[in-house]
Design a protein around this ligand. Sequence first.
Ligand code: HEC
Ligand code: HEC
Ligand code: HEC
Ligand code: HEC
Ligand code: HEC
Length: 493
Amino acid sequence: MLEKYLNFIRCVSMKWQGKLGVILATSSFITMILLEFFRLIGALTNAYIGLVTYLALPLLFVIGLILVTLGWYSRRKETGKSTEELLAMQCRAQDVKGGLSGSRVFKTVLVFSLVNVIFLSSVSLRMFSFMDEAEFCGTACHSVMNPEWVTYKQSPHARVDCVECHVGEGTGALISSKMNGIWQMVSVTFDLLERPIPTPVTQLRPARETCEKCHWPEKFYGNSLRSIVSYDLDSGSTAKYTTLNMKVDAERATWKAGIHWHVAEENEVHYAFADDERTEIIWAEAKQPDGSFRRYNNSQLIEAEAIDSRSMDCVDCHNRATHIYEDPSKAIDSRIRIGLLSRELPFLKREALAAISAGYADRKSAMDGIANHMHHFYRTSYPELALAKMMAIDSAVTTLQAIYNRNIHHNMKIEWGSYPSHIGHTNETNGCFRCHNVYFKDDENESIGYDCTLCHSILAEEQDQPFKFLLVPDTLDPNYQMHKYLQQEFINS
Ligand code: HEC
Ligand code: HEC
Ligand code: HEC
Ligand code: HEC
Ligand code: HEC
């Protein structure tokens, strides 16, 4: 068998190109098989290995085959002989008898070509499915995609592949995503990428075609309770409770609609914006039952020029559905709540916040800075406690460093607040208040609703009790009327 193969190789490899080609093709083929074998038995797990196995090696393999052909042509040109004559010169007589197309060599070439075609197509298929794995998308361009990967791994979508949201179904989507992927590889290699990666993503597949595979508007009904606990900057890091009953439904009988009204089957909201971030909204219009559109103009931006307009979808609100970057204060609140940070340490919230939000030049100095800040504070202000609670302080340092590493990415220029979320209305972004505010008025001078109970019932707002407004109100309380109103509103909603 080997003898036959060697004879064949000797026969077809002309000149140095041909020899090099044979070496390339054979060795890349064998390496590919070996690497795939090791991957299958679980000995190789690195995301880069796929790039070598399914991209680099097949490429070398093809180059090898091309070189063999080149060798032939150049030899033919050089000697002026025909293919048949060359074969007769190069190969054993029994391999070339029967003319060019009847010879054993020809048959072998035919079989090899067929095997090559099958082999290369299955490798390409494998390459496509490999490139669709979240592991690849998130780690192959490590430094660039690391922030997205880190935030994704800790999100509710950590088990959903990147391509489910970023590519979606259909051949068109597949092709355009692969073209885009090639461009991304080029821009990573030559460092042409903008840092941080700009958002919103303009070529994102319409969210309704991707998100709705798993969540669809009719599925949203009733209310959804949000309990938010925040901690004061005082010595005990006192807890304050905010409880909202979110009106998440798309339709409701007693009322016009809830939050997912924008994406309900029969509704459509369009808006025009003046900036790339889509935060300066010039007008917003909603489809009416008769098919016409009711437009609300932003009286603050009458003069502004629209750069584009779009139909509102999931991502206009859920822009941080999976790459969730935290607000420093909320990040600390959530770690206190799950017990990773101990409120037995005096001024924990205040000091933790100061430690993680100080500006640091790079990751290394941030890690040292956070540790120094916490140790220094307790050692100087509470020397006895610093000794007694050494463990709690150490674990606070580890937790704070982890918060920092999740949210701040120096190499991609991602700082606190680089990627604000549009859900709600925080200090970072107006979120819903981009449209729901006093300045958006239609021709009849009616504005888009912005009542505090339009989107949520407020059951407590930074109170000492999580359901404060549902408790029996105290008639002497200066907020008695509001208290009563909110209670009634909740009962009616
Ligand atoms: C649940 C859906 C979903 C999944 C899964 C997902 N993404 Fe995203 N991704 C989004 C949305 C939504 C945006 C923001 C789009 C916008 O604001 O226009 C986004 C934005 C991005 C951005 C631009 C930067 C930014 O944060 O706005 C990059 C890069 C990115 N994703 C990469 C990835 C990678 C890599 C993976 C897999 C490890 C992944 N995504 C998985 C939905 C998803
Ligand atoms: C392949 C299925 C799938 C796709 C596609 C998908 N999601 Fe999800 N989504 C899930 C799962 C699973 C959960 C987690 C449910 C849970 O934890 O209860 C989830 C949770 C959520 C949540 C609730 C998060 C929370 O904190 O509880 C939101 C909001 C959400 N998805 C929005 C989106 C948006 C926006 C898109 C499109 C960009 C999207 N999803 C695409 C499966 C998907
Ligand atoms: C107008 C803004 C807006 C649009 C558009 C929107 N959502 Fe939401 N969605 C919200 C808000 C606000 C919540 C409540 C979030 C919270 O309190 O955490 C929510 C909650 C959710 C939840 C969690 C449901 C629950 O009961 O807690 C899912 C899942 C979700 N949205 C998916 C989607 C999908 C998929 C789309 C597109 C078809 C979409 N949303 C469109 C604003 C929006
Ligand atoms: C791009 C502009 C825009 C943004 C951003 C926006 N909305 Fe709206 N929203 C509208 C328009 C327009 C209407 C329809 C108003 C009308 O004609 O009654 C509407 C209607 C609603 C309604 C139904 C009101 C009613 O009268 O029944 C709710 C609830 C709502 N929005 C909640 C939200 C929430 C929550 C967010 C943020 C997560 C949000 N919206 C973000 C434009 C927007
Ligand atoms: C257009 C819809 C809308 C209107 C109008 C609205 N909110 Fe909200 N609000 C939201 C959404 C969405 C969130 C985010 C809930 C979450 O974080 O899960 C939110 C969050 C909040 C929070 C919690 C903030 C936090 O995370 O600590 C408070 C408090 C609040 N709203 C109070 C108000 C008050 C007071 C008003 C009236 C001035 C108001 N809201 C009007 C949609 C609205």
